[in-house]
Design a protein around this ligand. Structure first.
Ligand code: HEC
Length: 89
């Protein structure tokens, strides 16, 4: 009984494999190499990406546009996007 409940709860996570909502939009600006002064994000540690994204959102990290972009993301979304870009598949 307990096992079944765990499987049911875990199912959406398994189905959601691949880019989480919002993550695909990042690659338009963040390519594999630095372009237009925009650093790549793929393969960077999730903790680093999360800190940068939260900093943009709360205004503690200076930005020209990431501050506005990040205002639309929740903590859970930022965590999921950071995890994806740390190890994109
Ligand atoms: C329209 C272009 C654009 C899009 C789309 C975009 N970014 Fe950015 N990103 C930038 C720019 C420009 C900077 C430099 C900071 C600034 O001026 O806003 C930046 C900086 C960053 C940084 C800090 C990198 C560093 O080393 O300082 C992170 C992390 C980041 N973006 C993550 C993301 C994520 C995650 C997404 C998708 C949800 C995303 N960006 C979408 C343009 C973009």
């Amino acid at each position: 009984m307990r096992t079944a409940a765990v499987l049911v709860l875990a199912a959406p996570l398994l189905i959601a494999a691949g880019p989480p909502p919002g993550a695909s939009s990042c690659s338009g600006c963040h390519g594999a190499v630095v372009a237009g002064g925009i650093p790549p994000i793929a393969g960077r540690p999730a903790t680093e990406l999360t800190a940068a994204m939260r900093g943009f959102r709360d205004g503690s990290r200076k930005a020209t546009l990431m501050d506005r972009l990040m205002k639309g993301f929740s903590d859970a979304e930022i965590t999921a996007i950071a995890a994806f870009w740390a190890n994109p598949s």
